[in-house]
Design a protein around this ligand. Structure first.
Ligand code: FES
Length: 648
């Protein structure tokens, strides 16, 4: 039976007709209104609530709604179905404000010193002069081209697509049998021997300047952000860097929510299209900057976690989250842009880099490649701090890795006044130990709207060192300050009063927030504790701690150590590398030796599954304190606490 549903959004009513049992979220989409579903439509986050002002709906779950919400007509769009005609008010939708300006993503990139085009490059542009056909020589066009490739450049067994074959005759004749070819050379291992496979990507009439730019792109698909570098493959230079939030965010903030959303009817294709739209629009922007066209880009190397890779390729990802946690593919075969859906040259090679396991993907193998852990002489710890804390420990002789689900607390989710690192977020906090009064710094200046990950780390650390929080994360209510008070969820600390904040409400750190943050940091710390224990190496003996991920760039080391997120090793042992994933993709795009190295890294890494490891649970429980139950692991924090006592 059909029902009429009228949505009012931005003061504009839109009416659609839908059958009984249609989800409100789907009906809204039909009306052209995009309802954000941060938990992927699981009914967990409560952030897709709409107000039913009239009519008949059935709420399957009201877990995230209070009694008064329900009385006022609120219903979760992802959990409510239409049962009759209805009128719905759609509150303003959350907007993701940008911090991702070009300046923020520009990383210093130097072309590897030993890079030499036409020796190291995978994609090459070459000139060919063919012998024209005659009545005496009626060889077919394709064989004629293959002969020229073999005799003039020694490339054997070249392949090409049907669409290239379809246009080949015209191009050869237009160029009067002089043509410029773009080829892609891949290494293949046959019976233990490394061999070359050569594919023709493009053919143009005439002799195009061999050394004019030849475009390739390195892409990192992060759960939150997609980063794209446009690279001139001839010079090896990165000519444009762009980044944008992953368009899938509106359908889930973490990989699990995305997998759940993708498993629903139509969810997979939608998520695939969303990330393709993000990549294609970044490609357009990057190309505009250098006056190139996306169609000129002839190769893409892509890194990303295993879920992102599956969703990009339209491969069901459900097995990633279900025991025994396997992927459909760790190392996808090389594909063309036409197959994947990228708006580059349709024949461009798309190389999705190899991952290791469900939660250790190509972003980590690319990170290891670019950070050099696999060739380090000394034992090195590599961390990618994000929704999933992926960790690699090793050196040139061995590599072990694990991933723990830290959850998105450090991205501001699950924290009452948490937010992403965008305009208006408090990014650093200092607390006066005598008065408990805070001072803070806001991204972009102005009134604060909430607190982002680096701000939360800083706040947690300051609150602990000044005694506002105890070791277990309890707010010390005996402190004589209005900043410390009993709130709806237990003790809380007021970071900004309502008259200072953008919303007019107090910005607070609640007990529930502290618990979520403690769980996130404990999961990350427990991950590398288990790795170190597995190989019998004390964490203190690690010579380098390399922190990847753009979040890492903004972390204050001292404060991250003080809350027990990072190990207590001398500061000079830390290096914050930014986006190691896109950098690794860049190396793999540019140089066939690096491309082989990344396959070798994936092969060498021993993956430790933490859900099957009892010691992880023990390490996690011990790390659920500030900074840890065992203070001997954090001597610098013990010293800082002692100094505070002396100050008081
Ligand atoms: S509760 Fe509906 S998307 Fe989270």
């Amino acid at each position: 039976m059909q029902h009429t549903v009228t949505f009012t959004f931005d003061d504009k009513p839109t009416t659609v007709a839908v059958p009984t049992n249609t989800l409100l979220a789907d009906a809204a989409r039909l009306a052209g209104i995009d309802i954000g579903q941060p938990c992927g439509g699981q009914g967990r986050c409560g952030r897709c609530a709409l107000q039913v002002t009239e009519g008949s709906v059935r709420r399957r779950s009201t877990l995230r709604l209070s009694d008064s919400d329900i009385l006022e007509g609120y219903a979760l769009a992802c959990q409510t179905v239409v049962e009759g005609n209805a009128t719905i008010y759609v509150p303003p939708q959350e907007k993701i404000e940008r911090r991702l300006t070009t300046d923020r993503v520009v990383a210093e990139v130097t072309v590897p010193a030993d890079y030499e085009y036409l020796q190291d490059q995978i994609v090459r542009r070459i000139h060919l002069q063919l012998v024209p056909p005659s009545l005496e020589d009626q060889t077919d066009d394709w064989s004629r081209l293959q002969t020229a490739l073999r005799l003039q450049h020694r490339y054997e067994n070249v392949t090409c697509s049907l669409s290239l074959l379809q246009g080949m005759g015209e191009i050869l004749r237009e160029g009067d049998w002089n043509v410029t070819a773009v080829i892609d050379i891949a290494s293949v291992v046959k019976s233990g021997e490394t061999d070359q496979s050569v594919r023709l990507i493009d053919l143009q009439p005439g002799l195009v300047d061999e050394f004019s730019p030849l475009w390739g792109t390195a892409i990192d698909i992060g759960t939150t952000t997609v980063t794209l570098w446009l690279v001139d493959l001839v010079s090896g230079q990165v000519r444009a860097q762009v980044a944008e939030y992953n368009g899938q965010i509106a359908r889930g903030e973490d990989v699990i929510s995305r997998i759940i959303y993708a498993s629903k009817n139509g969810g997979g294709p939608e998520l695939r299209q969303r990330v393709l739209d993000t990549i294609n629009s970044l490609l357009e922007t990057a190309c505009k900057r250098v006056k190139a066209k996306p169609g000129n880009v002839v190769k893409a190397a892509i890194a990303g976690n295993s879920t992102m890779m599956h969703l990009l390729l339209g491969i069901p990802a459900a097995s990633i989250r279900l025991s025994p946690f396997t992927t459909a593919v760790n190392h996808p075969p090389v594909m063309t842009a036409r197959e994947v859906g990228l708006n580059t040259h349709p024949e461009a090679t798309v190389d999705c880099l190899p991952g290791v396991a469900s939660y250790v993907g190509a972003d980590i193998t690319a990170g290891v490649l670019s950070s050099g852990v696999d060739v380090a002489e000394d034992v090195t710890l590599f961390l990618d701090v994000g929704t999933n804390g992926e960790t690699v420990l090793g050196n040139r002789d061995w590599l072990v890795t694990c991933a723990c689900s830290a959850g998105p607390a450090f991205e501001g989710a699950g924290v009452v006044n948490g937010m992403r690192a965008t305009q208006g977020a408090i990014e650093e906090v200092w607390i006066n130990s005598a008065t408990c009064e805070p001072t803070y710094r806001v991204i972009g200046g102005g009134k604060p709207k909430g607190i982002c990950g680096s701000g939360l780390i800083s706040l947690l650390s300051e609150a602990f060192i000044t005694g506002v929080l105890d070791k277990a994360g309890n707010v010390n209510l005996s402190i004589n300050s209005l900043r410390v008070r009993e709130g709806a969820h237990g003790g809380e600390y007021v970071v900004a009063w309502g008259n200072e904040s953008a919303s007019g409400d107090d910005i607070v750190l609640t007990r529930v927030d502290v618990d979520n943050l403690l769980r996130a940091k404990a999961a990350i710390y427990a991950g590398f504790t288990v790795l170190a224990d597995t190989v019998g190496i004390p964490l203190e003996s690690v010579s380098k701690v390399l922190v990847g991920g753009s979040f890492g760039k903004y972390i204050n080391v001292e404060k991250a150590v003080q809350i027990g997120l990072l190990p207590d090793v001398p500061w000079e042992h830390f290096d914050f590398l930014g986006n190691t994933s896109v950098r690794g993709a860049y190396y793999a795009l540019l140089d066939w030796r690096k491309r082989e190295q990344i396959t070798e890294i994936a092969r060498r890494m021993t993956y430790i599954e933490l859900s099957a490891d009892n010691s992880f649970y023990e390490a996690f429980t011990s790390a659920l304190f500030l900074p840890h139950t065992d203070m001997s692991k954090f001597p610098s924090v013990a010293e800082a606490l002692e100094n505070k006592q002396v100050d008081k």
